[in-house]
Design a protein around this ligand. Sequence first.
Ligand SMILES: NC(=O)c1ccc[n+]([C@@H]2O[C@H](COP(=O)([O-])OP(=O)(O)OC[C@H]3O[C@@H](n4cnc5c(N)ncnc54)[C@H](O)[C@@H]3O)[C@@H](O)[C@H]2O)c1
Length: 422
Amino acid sequence: MRAVVVALGKIGLPLAVKIAMAGHEVVGCDVDPRVVELVNAGLEPFPGEAGLQEALGEVVASGRLRATTETTAAVSAGAELVVAVPPLIVDADANPDFRIIDAVVADIGRGLQPQTVVSIETTIPVGTTRSRISPALAELCGLRAEEGFFCVHSPERVYSGRIFADLETYPKLIGGLSEAGERRAAELYEGFLGAEVWRLGSAEAAELTKLAETTYRDVNIALVNEFARFADRHGIDLGLVIEAANSQPFSHLHQPGVAVGGHCIPVYPRFYLSGDPSARLPAAARAVNEAMPAYVVDVLAEALDEGLARARVLILGVSYRGGVKETAFSGAFPLAAELRARGAIPVATDPLYDAGELRALGFEPWGGEPVAAAVLQADHHQFTELAPRDLPGLRVLVDGRGTLDPQTWRAEGVVFRRIGRG
Ligand SMILES: NC(=O)c1ccc[n+]([C@@H]2O[C@H](COP(=O)([O-])OP(=O)(O)OC[C@H]3O[C@@H](n4cnc5c(N)ncnc54)[C@H](O)[C@@H]3O)[C@@H](O)[C@H]2O)c1
Protein backbone atom coordinates (compact mmCIF):
# COMPACT_ATOMS: atom_id res chain seq x y z
CA MET A 1 0.00 0.00 0.00
CA ARG A 2 1.01 3.58 -0.54
CA ALA A 3 -0.35 5.87 2.18
CA VAL A 4 -0.26 9.60 2.81
CA VAL A 5 -0.57 10.92 6.37
CA VAL A 6 -1.38 14.61 6.71
CA ALA A 7 -0.36 16.52 9.89
CA LEU A 8 2.66 14.96 11.58
CA GLY A 9 1.79 15.97 15.14
CA LYS A 10 1.74 13.94 18.32
CA ILE A 11 -0.89 11.66 16.79
CA GLY A 12 -0.15 11.76 13.04
CA LEU A 13 3.58 11.03 13.18
CA PRO A 14 3.35 7.83 15.26
CA LEU A 15 0.53 6.69 12.96
CA ALA A 16 2.65 7.34 9.84
CA VAL A 17 5.52 5.41 11.44
CA LYS A 18 3.17 2.58 12.38
CA ILE A 19 1.96 2.20 8.77
CA ALA A 20 5.56 2.22 7.50
CA MET A 21 6.60 -0.35 10.12
CA ALA A 22 4.08 -2.75 8.55
CA GLY A 23 6.06 -2.53 5.30
CA HIS A 24 4.01 0.06 3.42
CA GLU A 25 5.29 3.15 1.64
CA VAL A 26 4.27 6.30 3.50
CA VAL A 27 4.54 9.99 2.71
CA GLY A 28 3.95 12.27 5.69
CA CYS A 29 2.83 15.85 5.08
CA ASP A 30 3.04 18.85 7.39
CA VAL A 31 2.91 22.61 6.85
CA ASP A 32 5.78 23.08 9.31
CA PRO A 33 9.11 22.80 7.41
CA ARG A 34 10.98 22.19 10.67
CA VAL A 35 8.86 19.08 11.36
CA VAL A 36 9.42 17.85 7.80
CA GLU A 37 13.17 18.40 8.02
CA LEU A 38 13.46 16.57 11.34
CA VAL A 39 11.35 13.64 10.17
CA ASN A 40 13.42 13.29 6.99
CA ALA A 41 16.54 13.27 9.20
CA GLY A 42 14.97 10.47 11.26
CA LEU A 43 14.71 12.68 14.34
CA GLU A 44 11.54 12.93 16.44
CA PRO A 45 10.25 16.55 16.50
CA PHE A 46 8.79 16.22 20.02
CA PRO A 47 9.84 14.13 23.03
CA GLY A 48 7.79 11.80 25.20
CA GLU A 49 6.36 9.22 22.79
CA ALA A 50 7.52 5.74 23.81
CA GLY A 51 9.38 3.95 20.99
CA LEU A 52 8.94 6.75 18.44
CA GLN A 53 12.59 7.73 18.00
CA GLU A 54 13.81 4.17 17.35
CA ALA A 55 10.96 3.29 14.98
CA LEU A 56 11.17 6.62 13.12
CA GLY A 57 14.92 6.20 12.59
CA GLU A 58 14.33 2.72 11.20
CA VAL A 59 11.52 3.51 8.74
CA VAL A 60 13.22 6.67 7.43
CA ALA A 61 16.54 4.83 6.96
CA SER A 62 14.76 2.04 5.08
CA GLY A 63 13.08 4.59 2.77
CA ARG A 64 9.54 3.57 3.76
CA LEU A 65 8.70 6.97 5.28
CA ARG A 66 9.54 10.37 3.94
CA ALA A 67 8.05 13.77 4.73
CA THR A 68 7.08 16.77 2.64
CA THR A 69 5.31 20.12 2.97
CA GLU A 70 3.57 19.49 -0.39
CA THR A 71 0.34 17.70 0.55
CA THR A 72 -1.38 18.09 -2.83
CA ALA A 73 1.63 16.72 -4.72
CA ALA A 74 1.92 13.75 -2.32
CA VAL A 75 -1.77 12.90 -2.75
CA SER A 76 -1.79 13.38 -6.53
CA ALA A 77 1.11 10.93 -6.88
CA GLY A 78 -1.50 8.30 -5.97
CA ALA A 79 -2.28 6.53 -2.69
CA GLU A 80 -4.74 3.88 -1.57
CA LEU A 81 -5.19 5.62 1.78
CA VAL A 82 -4.93 9.26 2.85
CA VAL A 83 -5.21 9.76 6.62
CA ALA A 84 -5.62 13.28 8.01
CA VAL A 85 -5.33 14.13 11.70
CA PRO A 86 -4.88 17.89 11.93
CA PRO A 87 -5.92 19.73 15.09
CA LEU A 88 -9.38 21.27 15.39
CA ILE A 89 -8.84 24.53 17.22
CA VAL A 90 -11.58 25.71 19.60
CA ASP A 91 -12.25 29.06 21.25
CA ALA A 92 -12.68 29.58 25.01
CA ASP A 93 -16.26 28.23 24.77
CA ALA A 94 -15.07 25.21 22.75
CA ASN A 95 -16.68 26.43 19.50
CA PRO A 96 -14.75 24.74 16.69
CA ASP A 97 -12.72 26.75 14.22
CA PHE A 98 -12.57 24.61 11.07
CA ARG A 99 -9.94 26.62 9.21
CA ILE A 100 -7.09 24.12 9.63
CA ILE A 101 -9.25 21.11 8.73
CA ASP A 102 -10.69 22.98 5.74
CA ALA A 103 -7.17 23.85 4.55
CA VAL A 104 -6.05 20.22 4.88
CA VAL A 105 -9.17 18.96 3.08
CA ALA A 106 -8.58 21.49 0.28
CA ASP A 107 -4.94 20.38 -0.11
CA ILE A 108 -6.06 16.74 -0.29
CA GLY A 109 -9.02 17.45 -2.60
CA ARG A 110 -6.87 19.25 -5.16
CA GLY A 111 -4.70 16.15 -5.61
CA LEU A 112 -7.20 13.34 -5.02
CA GLN A 113 -6.93 10.39 -7.42
CA PRO A 114 -9.66 7.86 -8.34
CA GLN A 115 -10.52 5.17 -5.74
CA THR A 116 -8.52 6.73 -2.89
CA VAL A 117 -9.93 6.34 0.64
CA VAL A 118 -9.67 9.52 2.73
CA SER A 119 -9.85 8.91 6.48
CA ILE A 120 -10.35 11.80 8.88
CA GLU A 121 -9.13 10.91 12.38
CA THR A 122 -9.53 14.31 14.08
CA THR A 123 -12.39 14.41 16.61
CA ILE A 124 -15.25 16.35 15.00
CA PRO A 125 -18.92 17.14 15.65
CA VAL A 126 -21.41 14.54 14.36
CA GLY A 127 -22.20 15.08 10.68
CA THR A 128 -18.95 16.87 9.78
CA THR A 129 -17.64 14.05 7.53
CA ARG A 130 -20.85 13.88 5.49
CA SER A 131 -21.84 17.54 5.33
CA ARG A 132 -18.51 19.34 5.27
CA ILE A 133 -15.53 17.15 4.40
CA SER A 134 -16.81 14.82 1.69
CA PRO A 135 -18.58 17.58 -0.35
CA ALA A 136 -15.45 19.77 -0.19
CA LEU A 137 -13.30 16.89 -1.46
CA ALA A 138 -15.78 16.11 -4.27
CA GLU A 139 -15.92 19.70 -5.44
CA LEU A 140 -12.15 20.05 -5.61
CA CYS A 141 -11.26 16.73 -7.24
CA GLY A 142 -14.21 16.53 -9.62
CA LEU A 143 -14.88 12.88 -8.68
CA ARG A 144 -18.23 11.61 -7.37
CA ALA A 145 -18.29 10.97 -3.63
CA GLU A 146 -18.44 7.26 -2.72
CA GLU A 147 -17.94 6.27 -6.37
CA GLY A 148 -14.80 8.06 -7.54
CA PHE A 149 -13.33 8.34 -4.03
CA PHE A 150 -14.34 7.33 -0.50
CA CYS A 151 -14.39 9.24 2.78
CA VAL A 152 -14.56 7.73 6.27
CA HIS A 153 -14.22 8.87 9.86
CA SER A 154 -11.93 6.87 12.15
CA PRO A 155 -11.60 8.63 15.50
CA GLU A 156 -8.17 8.78 17.08
CA ARG A 157 -8.47 7.34 20.61
CA VAL A 158 -4.85 6.88 21.65
CA TYR A 159 -3.14 8.37 24.68
CA SER A 160 -0.05 10.51 24.03
CA GLY A 161 3.05 8.75 25.35
CA ARG A 162 1.86 5.19 24.69
CA ILE A 163 0.44 5.46 21.16
CA PHE A 164 2.13 2.37 19.69
CA ALA A 165 0.77 0.21 22.51
CA ASP A 166 -2.73 1.69 22.17
CA LEU A 167 -2.75 1.23 18.37
CA GLU A 168 -2.14 -2.49 18.97
CA THR A 169 -4.86 -2.90 21.58
CA TYR A 170 -7.81 -0.49 21.21
CA PRO A 171 -10.24 -1.55 18.48
CA LYS A 172 -9.91 0.81 15.50
CA LEU A 173 -13.32 2.29 14.73
CA ILE A 174 -14.32 3.10 11.18
CA GLY A 175 -17.52 4.65 9.92
CA GLY A 176 -18.09 5.35 6.23
CA LEU A 177 -20.47 7.22 3.99
CA SER A 178 -21.07 4.05 1.94
CA GLU A 179 -20.79 0.32 2.49
CA ALA A 180 -18.07 0.04 -0.17
CA GLY A 181 -16.01 2.88 1.27
CA GLU A 182 -16.20 1.59 4.82
CA ARG A 183 -15.26 -1.95 3.74
CA ARG A 184 -12.29 -0.69 1.70
CA ALA A 185 -11.09 1.49 4.59
CA ALA A 186 -11.36 -1.41 7.05
CA GLU A 187 -9.25 -3.61 4.73
CA LEU A 188 -6.59 -0.92 4.47
CA TYR A 189 -6.41 -0.36 8.25
CA GLU A 190 -6.24 -4.14 8.82
CA GLY A 191 -3.14 -4.06 6.64
CA PHE A 192 -1.10 -2.28 9.31
CA LEU A 193 -2.86 -2.59 12.68
CA GLY A 194 -2.62 -5.48 15.10
CA ALA A 195 -5.82 -4.39 16.86
CA GLU A 196 -9.27 -5.36 15.65
CA VAL A 197 -10.96 -3.05 13.15
CA TRP A 198 -14.63 -2.40 13.95
CA ARG A 199 -16.99 -1.18 11.26
CA LEU A 200 -19.70 1.08 12.66
CA GLY A 201 -21.90 1.41 9.56
CA SER A 202 -21.84 5.19 9.26
CA ALA A 203 -19.48 8.12 9.71
CA GLU A 204 -21.97 9.59 12.18
CA ALA A 205 -21.76 6.51 14.43
CA ALA A 206 -17.96 6.76 14.45
CA GLU A 207 -18.07 10.51 15.16
CA LEU A 208 -20.58 9.97 17.96
CA THR A 209 -18.58 7.14 19.54
CA LYS A 210 -15.64 9.42 20.26
CA LEU A 211 -17.94 12.15 21.60
CA ALA A 212 -19.86 9.56 23.65
CA GLU A 213 -16.82 8.09 25.39
CA THR A 214 -15.42 11.52 26.29
CA THR A 215 -18.81 12.96 27.32
CA TYR A 216 -19.36 9.89 29.49
CA ARG A 217 -16.16 10.69 31.38
CA ASP A 218 -17.19 14.35 31.83
CA VAL A 219 -20.63 13.34 33.15
CA ASN A 220 -19.10 10.70 35.44
CA ILE A 221 -16.65 13.23 36.90
CA ALA A 222 -19.45 15.77 37.35
CA LEU A 223 -21.44 13.19 39.30
CA VAL A 224 -18.56 12.49 41.70
CA ASN A 225 -17.95 16.22 42.02
CA GLU A 226 -21.57 16.56 43.18
CA PHE A 227 -21.03 13.68 45.61
CA ALA A 228 -17.82 15.39 46.79
CA ARG A 229 -19.68 18.56 47.76
CA PHE A 230 -22.27 16.47 49.59
CA ALA A 231 -19.53 14.46 51.32
CA ASP A 232 -17.83 17.68 52.40
CA ARG A 233 -21.04 18.96 53.98
CA HIS A 234 -21.60 15.71 55.85
CA GLY A 235 -18.04 14.82 56.82
CA ILE A 236 -17.94 11.68 54.68
CA ASP A 237 -14.74 10.40 53.05
CA LEU A 238 -15.75 10.06 49.39
CA GLY A 239 -12.46 8.33 48.56
CA LEU A 240 -13.54 5.36 50.65
CA VAL A 241 -17.06 5.53 49.24
CA ILE A 242 -15.82 5.42 45.63
CA GLU A 243 -13.55 2.47 46.34
CA ALA A 244 -16.38 0.66 48.10
CA ALA A 245 -18.96 1.45 45.38
CA ASN A 246 -16.57 0.37 42.62
CA SER A 247 -16.01 -3.00 44.31
CA GLN A 248 -19.32 -3.87 42.68
CA PRO A 249 -18.67 -4.43 38.96
CA PHE A 250 -21.41 -2.12 37.64
CA SER A 251 -20.00 0.99 39.30
CA HIS A 252 -17.15 2.89 37.61
CA LEU A 253 -17.05 6.14 39.55
CA HIS A 254 -14.12 8.40 38.65
CA GLN A 255 -12.39 10.77 41.08
CA PRO A 256 -13.52 14.29 42.04
CA GLY A 257 -11.16 17.20 41.52
CA VAL A 258 -10.56 20.89 41.18
CA ALA A 259 -10.95 20.93 37.38
CA VAL A 260 -11.43 18.90 34.20
CA GLY A 261 -8.85 20.19 31.73
CA GLY A 262 -7.05 19.25 28.53
CA HIS A 263 -7.88 19.18 24.81
CA CYS A 264 -10.51 16.47 25.00
CA ILE A 265 -12.80 16.08 28.01
CA PRO A 266 -13.87 19.73 28.42
CA VAL A 267 -14.18 20.18 24.63
CA TYR A 268 -15.89 17.14 23.13
CA PRO A 269 -19.09 17.36 25.23
CA ARG A 270 -19.46 20.83 23.66
CA PHE A 271 -19.09 19.28 20.19
CA TYR A 272 -21.83 16.84 21.17
CA LEU A 273 -24.05 19.65 22.44
CA SER A 274 -23.53 21.63 19.23
CA GLY A 275 -25.48 18.86 17.45
CA ASP A 276 -27.94 18.19 20.30
CA PRO A 277 -28.46 21.54 22.03
CA SER A 278 -31.46 20.30 24.02
CA ALA A 279 -29.47 17.51 25.75
CA ARG A 280 -29.57 18.31 29.46
CA LEU A 281 -27.09 15.97 31.12
CA PRO A 282 -23.91 16.88 29.19
CA ALA A 283 -24.71 20.58 29.65
CA ALA A 284 -25.33 20.13 33.37
CA ALA A 285 -22.11 18.11 33.73
CA ARG A 286 -20.10 20.86 32.03
CA ALA A 287 -21.63 23.43 34.37
CA VAL A 288 -20.87 21.30 37.46
CA ASN A 289 -17.26 20.70 36.41
CA GLU A 290 -16.68 24.32 35.42
CA ALA A 291 -17.91 25.41 38.87
CA MET A 292 -15.30 23.32 40.71
CA PRO A 293 -12.47 25.89 40.80
CA ALA A 294 -14.83 28.38 42.51
CA TYR A 295 -15.94 25.66 44.93
CA VAL A 296 -12.31 24.97 45.83
CA VAL A 297 -11.84 28.67 46.54
CA ASP A 298 -14.95 28.50 48.80
CA VAL A 299 -13.35 25.64 50.73
CA LEU A 300 -10.14 27.62 51.01
CA ALA A 301 -11.89 30.83 52.11
CA GLU A 302 -13.82 28.96 54.78
CA ALA A 303 -10.62 27.47 56.21
CA LEU A 304 -8.49 30.61 56.12
CA ASP A 305 -9.31 32.55 59.32
CA GLU A 306 -8.07 35.93 58.10
CA GLY A 307 -10.06 35.67 54.85
CA LEU A 308 -8.89 35.87 51.26
CA ALA A 309 -8.47 39.63 50.87
CA ARG A 310 -4.82 40.35 50.08
CA ALA A 311 -3.87 36.75 50.96
CA ARG A 312 -1.08 35.32 48.80
CA VAL A 313 -2.29 31.94 47.49
CA LEU A 314 0.03 29.51 45.72
CA ILE A 315 -1.32 27.47 42.81
CA LEU A 316 0.62 24.21 42.69
CA GLY A 317 0.71 23.20 39.03
CA VAL A 318 -0.53 25.07 35.97
CA SER A 319 -0.65 22.01 33.67
CA TYR A 320 -4.12 20.61 33.18
CA ARG A 321 -2.97 17.37 34.87
CA GLY A 322 0.16 15.91 36.39
CA GLY A 323 3.06 14.82 34.22
CA VAL A 324 2.18 16.76 31.06
CA LYS A 325 3.42 20.12 29.88
CA GLU A 326 0.06 21.25 28.53
CA THR A 327 -2.27 23.99 29.74
CA ALA A 328 -5.27 23.63 27.38
CA PHE A 329 -8.38 24.35 29.48
CA SER A 330 -6.29 24.00 32.65
CA GLY A 331 -8.08 24.61 35.95
CA ALA A 332 -5.21 26.93 36.91
CA PHE A 333 -6.75 29.73 34.82
CA PRO A 334 -10.23 29.82 36.41
CA LEU A 335 -8.65 29.20 39.82
CA ALA A 336 -6.40 32.26 39.48
CA ALA A 337 -9.31 34.34 38.14
CA GLU A 338 -11.55 33.32 41.04
CA LEU A 339 -8.84 34.08 43.61
CA ARG A 340 -8.27 37.50 42.07
CA ALA A 341 -12.01 38.21 42.00
CA ARG A 342 -12.11 37.60 45.76
CA GLY A 343 -9.19 39.93 46.46
CA ALA A 344 -6.46 37.29 46.89
CA ILE A 345 -3.07 37.43 45.16
CA PRO A 346 -2.51 34.21 43.22
CA VAL A 347 1.05 33.07 42.51
CA ALA A 348 1.96 29.87 40.69
CA THR A 349 4.65 27.24 40.49
CA ASP A 350 5.01 24.22 38.23
CA PRO A 351 8.03 21.92 37.85
CA LEU A 352 7.50 21.82 34.06
CA TYR A 353 7.37 25.61 33.50
CA ASP A 354 10.05 28.23 34.22
CA ALA A 355 9.25 31.75 35.46
CA GLY A 356 9.19 33.23 31.94
CA GLU A 357 6.78 30.57 30.71
CA LEU A 358 4.51 31.11 33.72
CA ARG A 359 4.45 34.86 33.06
CA ALA A 360 3.67 34.28 29.38
CA LEU A 361 0.66 32.21 30.52
CA GLY A 362 -0.53 35.09 32.72
CA PHE A 363 0.63 33.75 36.11
CA GLU A 364 2.79 35.51 38.66
CA PRO A 365 5.65 33.05 39.32
CA TRP A 366 6.20 32.13 42.96
CA GLY A 367 9.66 33.02 44.15
CA GLY A 368 9.63 31.13 47.46
CA GLU A 369 8.16 34.03 49.47
CA PRO A 370 5.65 33.29 52.28
CA VAL A 371 2.13 32.28 51.21
CA ALA A 372 -0.99 32.10 53.35
CA ALA A 373 -2.51 29.19 51.46
CA ALA A 374 -1.93 26.80 48.57
CA VAL A 375 -4.10 24.74 46.21
CA LEU A 376 -2.84 21.57 44.54
CA GLN A 377 -4.18 22.03 40.99
CA ALA A 378 -2.07 19.56 38.94
CA ASP A 379 -0.93 16.27 40.46
CA HIS A 380 2.70 16.41 39.31
CA HIS A 381 4.56 13.69 41.20
CA GLN A 382 7.10 16.27 42.40
CA PHE A 383 4.43 17.82 44.66
CA THR A 384 4.11 14.65 46.72
CA GLU A 385 7.67 15.36 47.94
CA LEU A 386 6.69 18.81 49.29
CA ALA A 387 6.93 19.41 53.04
CA PRO A 388 5.63 22.32 55.17
CA ARG A 389 9.13 23.86 55.37
CA ASP A 390 9.04 24.29 51.56
CA LEU A 391 6.02 26.63 51.80
CA PRO A 392 6.86 29.30 54.41
CA GLY A 393 3.91 30.92 56.17
CA LEU A 394 1.43 28.30 54.92
CA ARG A 395 -1.73 28.02 57.02
CA VAL A 396 -4.15 26.24 54.67
CA LEU A 397 -3.56 23.66 51.97
CA VAL A 398 -6.39 22.47 49.72
CA ASP A 399 -5.58 19.27 47.85
CA GLY A 400 -7.61 19.54 44.66
CA ARG A 401 -6.49 16.13 43.37
CA GLY A 402 -6.45 13.90 46.42
CA THR A 403 -2.79 12.91 46.06
CA LEU A 404 -1.10 14.56 49.08
CA ASP A 405 -0.60 12.96 52.49
CA PRO A 406 -2.71 14.88 55.06
CA GLN A 407 -0.53 13.85 58.01
CA THR A 408 2.60 15.52 56.59
CA TRP A 409 0.80 18.85 56.76
CA ARG A 410 -1.46 18.47 59.79
CA ALA A 411 1.52 17.41 61.92
CA GLU A 412 2.97 20.90 61.36
CA GLY A 413 -0.29 22.70 62.13
CA VAL A 414 -1.36 23.37 58.53
CA VAL A 415 -5.13 23.17 57.96
CA PHE A 416 -5.44 20.49 55.27
CA ARG A 417 -8.57 20.13 53.12
CA ARG A 418 -9.22 17.59 50.42
CA ILE A 419 -12.15 17.82 48.01
CA GLY A 420 -14.78 15.27 49.01
CA ARG A 421 -13.06 14.22 52.21
CA GLY A 422 -15.19 15.97 54.74
N1 LIG B 1 -2.78 14.67 21.51
C1 LIG B 1 -3.65 13.81 21.96
O1 LIG B 1 -3.49 13.28 23.07
C2 LIG B 1 -4.85 13.40 21.15
C3 LIG B 1 -5.58 12.32 21.61
C4 LIG B 1 -6.68 11.89 20.88
C5 LIG B 1 -7.02 12.53 19.71
N2 LIG B 1 -6.31 13.58 19.25
C6 LIG B 1 -6.73 14.16 17.98
O2 LIG B 1 -5.65 14.42 17.14
C7 LIG B 1 -5.76 15.73 16.62
C8 LIG B 1 -4.37 16.25 16.38
O3 LIG B 1 -3.73 16.34 17.62
P1 LIG B 1 -2.15 16.37 17.79
O4 LIG B 1 -1.94 16.26 19.27
O5 LIG B 1 -1.49 15.39 16.90
O6 LIG B 1 -1.79 17.84 17.29
P2 LIG B 1 -0.35 18.54 17.25
O7 LIG B 1 -0.57 19.95 17.63
O8 LIG B 1 0.67 17.71 17.98
O9 LIG B 1 0.07 18.46 15.72
C9 LIG B 1 -0.63 19.03 14.70
C10 LIG B 1 0.25 19.06 13.44
O10 LIG B 1 -0.57 19.50 12.37
C11 LIG B 1 0.23 20.30 11.52
N3 LIG B 1 -0.61 21.09 10.65
C12 LIG B 1 -1.33 22.19 10.95
N4 LIG B 1 -1.95 22.65 9.85
C13 LIG B 1 -1.65 21.82 8.82
C14 LIG B 1 -1.97 21.76 7.45
N5 LIG B 1 -2.77 22.68 6.91
N6 LIG B 1 -1.44 20.77 6.71
C15 LIG B 1 -0.63 19.86 7.25
N7 LIG B 1 -0.26 19.85 8.55
C16 LIG B 1 -0.78 20.82 9.33
C17 LIG B 1 1.07 21.11 12.51
O11 LIG B 1 2.21 21.69 11.90
C18 LIG B 1 1.43 20.02 13.55
O12 LIG B 1 2.63 19.36 13.24
C19 LIG B 1 -6.59 16.48 17.66
O13 LIG B 1 -7.33 17.54 17.13
C20 LIG B 1 -7.51 15.41 18.16
O14 LIG B 1 -8.66 15.31 17.36
C21 LIG B 1 -5.21 14.02 19.95
